[in-house]
Design a protein around this ligand. Structure first.
Ligand code: SF4
Ligand code: SF4
Ligand code: SF4
Length: 354
């Protein structure tokens, strides 16, 4: 488990504990999904990398115009990730089955059945809807950006350039359009029907039938059926999903389920995390309000204060922890504390490409 994932899990655990919620999407019991939930199935064997879905997404969401027009396919030569102004990107990959024909994959929020972003958000700004979309309420968001660390696919993006009311931005599955009975913009425009919209259960059956009917064309795997507890954006492909830039080996356990184990094993973390979140939130708010010199001093003071409070809390909780777990807890939590409090190079810039 890398440090990013550890922090994500710790945050999700603490946020659930702090919120005291038993809500499906943020709870500690496995959630099998809303029965009528919608989903989108992406077929990598059909996608031609035309970027029309990117164009449609930009229009239906009224996002800023991109630097290069959507009919400029040279952008496919670079791997791109979603940003606060681009909710979906299509990337090009080498085709291990046929080196003469590249393959393409559209990337966006996967609308997890049990979203790590929602679990990590202690003010519940993210919510899983019965329609299948994971939506965000900017009026609740305090800007801690913990959702960004928690997401296994690094999807949420922050409006760093927005000085007053920065938001966390991502694909909405076109939730407002779904409520109006319309298709998501990207699905509606796709000229190859590489994107299909429907009830999740039915799309899974459809995908299975395709795989059975064309065993030479597809791998026998629907990505998202079970990964991280299942997602409402599903993928079928003729090449391994790792070759399409999708992380394999995430397991089938959702983030809230994973953290229920951590919660039992590492009780100290639940007491520690609110201190860290408070410190990080104070830093964020302080940065917004004050000028450079004051800002540096205040940030440094906030970091020191949060670190010392976290250390004090840690020491006190360790006193209570049983001896067998003590050393392990100390090492793991201290590592998490250091990582969380470290001023990051990318603190004021988008993350690197996935
Ligand atoms: S893919 Fe990431 S942002 Fe989207 S619902 Fe899942 S955890 Fe949240
Ligand atoms: S579902 Fe809507 S918001 Fe999401 S990628 Fe498609 S067009 Fe964009
Ligand atoms: S519109 Fe369809 S075919 Fe074109 S890039 Fe998007 S998913 Fe692929």
């Amino acid at each position: 488990m890398n440090r990013r994932k550890f922090l994500g899990l710790v945050g999700a655990t603490a946020a659930v504990a702090a919120a005291g919620t038993s809500a499906h999407a943020a709870g500690n019991t496995h959630f099998t999904g809303h029965p009528e939930a919608n989903a989108v199935l992406f077929d990598a064997t059909e996608c031609i990398g035309c970027r029309k879905c990117e164009d449609a997404c930009n229009k239906v969401n009224e996002l800023p115009k991109p630097d290069k027009p959507f009919d400029d396919l040279t952008v496919l030569d670079t791997k791109r990730r979603t940003t606060e102004k681009i909710y979906t990107v299509v990337n090009k990959y080498e085709n291990s089955k046929n080196p003469n024909l590249p393959v393409f994959r559209k990337n966006q929020c996967n609308h997890c059945q049990e979203p790590a972003c929602a679990s990590a958000c202690f003010v519940k700004a993210f919510k899983k809807t019965p329609e299948g979309a994971v939506v965000y309420d900017e009026s609740l968001c305090v800007g801690c950006r913990y959702c960004m660390i928690a997401c296994p696919w690094s999807i949420p993006a922050y409006e760093y350039d927005e000085p007053l009311t920065p938001r966390v931005m991502k694909c909405t599955m076109c939730h407002p359009r779904i409520l109006e009975g319309k298709l998501p913009g990207c699905v509606e425009i796709c000229p190859k029907e590489a994107l299909k919209f429907g009830k999740r259960d039915e799309l899974i059956k459809f995908a299975r039938n395709r795989i059975e009917a064309y065993p030479d064309r597809y791998l026998d795997h629907i990505y998202g059926e079970n990964e991280m507890g299942g997602t409402n954006w599903l993928y079928i492909s003729g090449v391994p999903f790792g070759e399409l830039g999708l992380e394999e080996g995430l397991g089938v356990t959702s983030a809230p389920e994973l953290t229920s184990g951590a919660l039992a094993a590492v009780p100290v973390v639940t007491g520690l995390w609110p201190v860290l979140l408070t410190g990080l939130y104070a830093i964020h708010k302080t940065r917004e309000k004050i000028e450079k010199k004051e800002k540096d001093d205040a940030v440094s003071a906030a970091l020191t204060k949060a670190a010392s409070e976290a250390e004090a809390k840690l020491s006190s909780e360790l006193e209570k922890a049983d001896v067998a777990n003590k050393r392990k807890i100390e090492v793991e939590v201290k590592k998490a504390v250091e990582e969380a409090l470290l001023p990051k190079d990318d603190d004021d810039a988008p993350e690197e490409e996935a």
